[in-house]
Design a protein around this ligand. Structure first.
Ligand SMILES: *Cc1c(COP(=O)(O)O)cnc(C)c1O
Length: 388
């Protein structure tokens, strides 16, 4: 029946005429990159995040990399993150020559378990191997227990980078995600499936002036034009200094203009995702699966709506039935430690059993603001038939 119906992706951007006009205006202007649209976008992000500095870059992956560098992660250091994330959350530490380890997830939220984190910190302390940085990932957009993680950071002496790629527009204990009330740096992604898009793009948010200056330099080759930061007297107006080994991780003005235009609709995007999630919650009740949990003291960005089948043995057939009906379901994520590259580093199946069990039963249903109620009804009908 459904094969002939249109394809429903699991996530997709929503581009308005205003977005198109904003991009075209930059194309007709003097600056395609390193121009005023980037400042405007960063100011908008800063407002969204309650006043934190915003450093917009070419991707969240780039933001994670320079965030690790800004916190001086290097060879001999260890960085911990969640195994249920995109590989970028852990690759960033390896780019810096550090080693990576994972903390198993909480079976209710799928976020890094604070209980496991504490246990692991206690044994790492005894072994003299405490992490330099911990990267909690706000999985699906649901903010982690940042207050508890920040408490452990002061007790055990590590720094925190929030991977908020899924949680742009969310909030935690009344403060917007990105405000960095409980972290050193927060990273956003603006990939098209995320909450707002710049095509490719990301940002690092921080309240710390020194970290902000370092992140700015690392985005553009480690170069500064700020005379106060220079080692020597400027030779003239052309003078700049390279102070660190940085990269070209700049975002373009074309992308930044799209981001500013998208940012104007972020509240609508988040509201719409919550309406759709509420409706999924109702329609799925009574089916042999677990629905995602949302805490009352925080607002999820709801990048993903993930169900877990009670019977893991039915995941593949259920997934295939949905795909056969032209419904673009997906799986988030294959646990990072089970990837061949990570197995070669010494990780093995069985290392993080809660994450592995979650992986065996999860399916991400379509979730994006332009999803319709008819689309949802199609998803539910196929799911109901498959789970019979
Ligand atoms: C998408 C994503 C990233 C990487 O984002 P890019 O902007 O594509 O580099 C990193 N972490 C998580 C959790 C993500 O979902």
């Amino acid at each position: 029946m459904s094969q002939t119906e249109s394809y429903i992706p699991y996530g997709r951007q929503w581009i308005s005429d205003d977005d198109v006009d904003a991009v075209v205006a930059v194309l007709r202007s003097d600056w395609l990159t390193q121009g005023p649209a980037i400042d405007t976008f960063e100011k908008g992000l800063s407002v969204l995040a309650g006043g934190a500095h915003a450093i917009a870059v070419s991707s969240a992956t780039a933001a994670l990399h320079i965030s690790c560098l800004a916190l001086e992660v290097g060879p001999g250091d260890s960085v911990w993150t969640s195994p249920i994330s995109f590989v970028a959350s852990s690759n960033c530490a390896l780019y810096c020559g550090a080693s990576v380890d994972f903390v198993d997830i909480d079976p209710t939220t799928m976020n890094m378990s604070v209980v496991r984190l504490k246990e692991k910190l206690i044994s790492a302390k005894a072994a003299g191997k405490l992490p330099k940085v911990v990267i909690p990932v706000h999985f699906s957009g649901e903010p982690c227990d940042m207050e508890a993680i920040a408490g452990l950071a002061s007790e055990f002496g590590f720094r925190i980078i929030e991977d908020a790629s899924h949680a742009v527009g969310g909030s935690y204990l009344g403060q917007p995600v990105g405000s960095c009330d409980y972290s050193d740096i927060t990273v956003f992604s603006f990939h098209p499936v995320k909450i707002i898009t710049t095509a490719e793009g990301g940002a690092a948010m921080t309240r710390d002036d020194g970290l902000a200056a370092r992140l700015h330099r690392l985005r553009t080759h480690g170069i500064t034009r700020d005379t106060a930061a220079m080692v020597s007297e400027p030779h003239g107006p052309w003078y700049y200094e390279q102070l660190n080994l940085g990269y070209n991780y700049r975002i373009t003005d074309i992308q930044a203009a799209l981001g500013t235009s998208q940012l104007a609709r972020i509240e609508f995007f988040i509201e719409r995702r919550h309406q759709l999630a509420d409706r999924y919650d109702d329609l799925l009740s009574g089916m042999p699966l677990r629905r995602p949990v949302r805490g009352d003291d925080r607002i999820s960005g709801l990048h993903l709506y993930v169900i877990q089948l009670e019977e893991a043995s039915r995941r593949l057939t259920t997934f295939n039935a949905l795909r056969a009906a032209n419904i673009g379901v997906n799986v988030h994520y294959i646990p990072i430690h089970t990837q061949p590259f990570y197995k070669a580093l010494g990780f093995a199946m069985g290392d993080f059993p809660v994450a592995e069990d979650y992986y065996s039963r999860c399916i991400s249903l379509p979730m994006h603001p332009s999803l319709t109620e008819d689309d949802q009804d199609r998803v539910i009908a196929v799911l109901r038939e498959a789970l019979g």
